[in-house]
Every structure is written in structure tokens, then in C-alpha cells.
Write a protein that binds this ligand. Structure first.
Ligand code: HPA
Length: 258
């Protein structure tokens, strides 16, 4: 009997989904057949953040039955890792598993006042405010003029329409964290053209594009960004809203990818 890792590699799924904070339960909706903890994959850092399980789940899409690998949990720069380290999983997905399409999800703070907390935002583009790139020291000058595939975006918009699900669209600004932002920083990000802010996704998107993958990104708006609402920000609240709105995200993924 080969190991779960060997079986995952042998499956060669074409599609991968990376789940952000509190969204781990979405993996269960893809009829899981096997799981591989990140600790069993050589070279992968293990996630230590509450709400991030840290394992790959092999499943399939309802309807077509196409194989999909779901990454439950990711690592972040704020854990003290480099941009190259946090994207080891993307290189594994593309290199070892042969993934061609990558759907990135995350929890984010809403900056655009027309959005709603608990809602979803389709990422149209990003601002890399991390001060780091996974490509440093490696391949230079990759084109980033369409990181988030127009074709995949259309598929998500059409799916949202069929489901009568509100799907906001906007620019995701990635910051290093680990602290949340100040109100002044959020005003600056809005001036720069950001609609949502978070601490992940951008290194993975850059790495995936450099490897020639098709990429889509969806933010779950877990809270108003700093200064937009009277409440202070807590990671517990981010995870909680993620759990509730994860159902909408699962429906959207199923409908768009079927
Ligand atoms: N800021 C940064 N990252 C986040 C936020 C936020 O408001 N919410 C969820 N992740």
C-alpha cells in the first residue's frame, strides 16, 4: 500500500484551492478521499495559526467528478517565514501534483464602504505591500498584468449570478502584519486603490503566475477594516465570520468550477 502522499501525487489533480482563515470546513464539501498533513511533504512549513489545519485534502468536484486538491491552511510572512518559504506549497502543487489552476481564498478586512461584512469579494488585482516577493533571487521580470484570470473571474461572476449571491469585486492589498492596520493606514490603502486588506494570497499568486498557472482569488470579508466601524479587531471574530460565510464560498466554488 503506497502512502497517502504517493496517492496524492499519483492523482495529478488539475485544480487546487487554498483555504484561508476559518475556511477549512469548505474542504469537506469536496467529497474528501484522502488527507496529507503538510508535515509529510518535504520542504513545506507547517501552519501554526489557529483556524489553519495544515493539510492537503484530495477530493472531487460535485457534478463533473474532476479531482481537486484543497489546501487547508497556509503559512504567512508574519510567522517569520520568507515569501519563498510561504510559497513552497504552490511549487509542490504545480511541480509534484501537476496543478494547472489555482483558486486562492482568504479572510480580509473590507475597505470599500459599499461592501458588506460576511460577503465575498472576487479579487480583480492586487497591491503587493509586503515588501517581499517569492521570486527574489530567482526568475526575474515576470509579467503581472493579469494575475487573476479574466476567464476564471467571468466564471465566478456568472456562477454568483446563477446563485443570486452578491459577489463584490476589487483590489486586494497584502500587508505583512501580524498586527491589524491603523485607521490612517486604511485611509492610505483606499487612496492607493485597495478595496480589501489581508496578510496572505499575494506571494502565492505571484509564484503561481511565474509557474504559468491560471489563478483566481476570493476574499471573505470578515470585518470592516480599521476605522470603518467602532469595534476593535480580533482574530476570533475573523475565524467566526469565516465559518458562517464559508457556506456561501463553498456554493460559489461548486457552481463556478463544476
Ligand atoms: N486586516 C488585515 N488582515 C485581515 C483583516 C484585516 O482587517 N481581516 C482579516 N484579515
Amino acid at each position: 500500500m503506497s502512502s497517502a502522499l504517493d496517492q496524492l501525487v499519483a492523482a495529478q489533480p488539475e485544480l487546487a484551492i487554498i483555504l484561508g482563515s476559518g475556511l477549512g470546513a469548505v474542504a469537506e464539501t469536496f467529497s474528501p478521499v484522502l488527507t496529507v498533513p503538510y508535515s509529510e511533504v518535504p520542504g513545506l512549513p507547517q501552519s501554526k495559526v489557529p483556524g489553519h489545519a495544515g493539510r492537503f485534502v484530495l477530493g472531487s468536484l460535485p457534478g463533473s467528478g474532476k479531482k481537486v486538491v484543497v489546501a487547508q491552511g497556509r503559512s504567512h510572512l508574519y510567522e517569520g517565514l520568507t515569501a519563498a518559504e510561504v510559497t513552497a506549497g504552490v511549487r509542490f502543487l504545480a511541480g509534484e501534483l501537476g496543478v494547472k489552476r489555482l483558486i486562492l481564498t482568504n479572510a480580509a478586512g473590507a475597505i470599500d464602504a459599499s461592501f458588506h461584512v460576511g460577503g465575498l469579494m472576487l479579487i480583480t488585482d492586487h497591491l503587493n505591500l509586503l515588501g517581499a516577493s517569492p521570486l527574489t533571487g530567482g526568475p526575474h521580470f515576470h509579467d503581472m498584468s493579469e494575475v487573476y484570470s479574466a476567464e476564471l473571474r467571468q466564471a465566478f461572476l456568472s456562477a454568483a449570478g446563477r446563485l443570486s449571491l452578491a459577489l463584490h469585486q476589487g483590489v486586494y492589498a497584502a500587508v505583512p502584519g501580524p498586527q491589524y492596520e491603523t485607521p490612517a493606514e486604511i485611509r492610505m490603502f483606499r487612496t492607493l486603490g485597495a478595496h480589501a486588506v489581508g496578510m496572505s494570497t499575494v506571494p502565492e499568486a505571484i509564484q503561481a503566475r511565474a509557474l504559468g498557472l491560471e489563478v483566481a482569488g476570493i476574499s471573505l470579508l470578515t470585518n470592516w477594516a480599521a476605522g470603518l466601524a467602532p469595534a476593535t479587531l480580533h482574530h476570533g471574530e475573523v475565524v467566526e465570520v469565516g465559518l458562517a460565510a464559508g457556506k456561501d464560498l463553498a456554493r460559489l466554488l461548486h457552481e463556478a468550477l463544476a
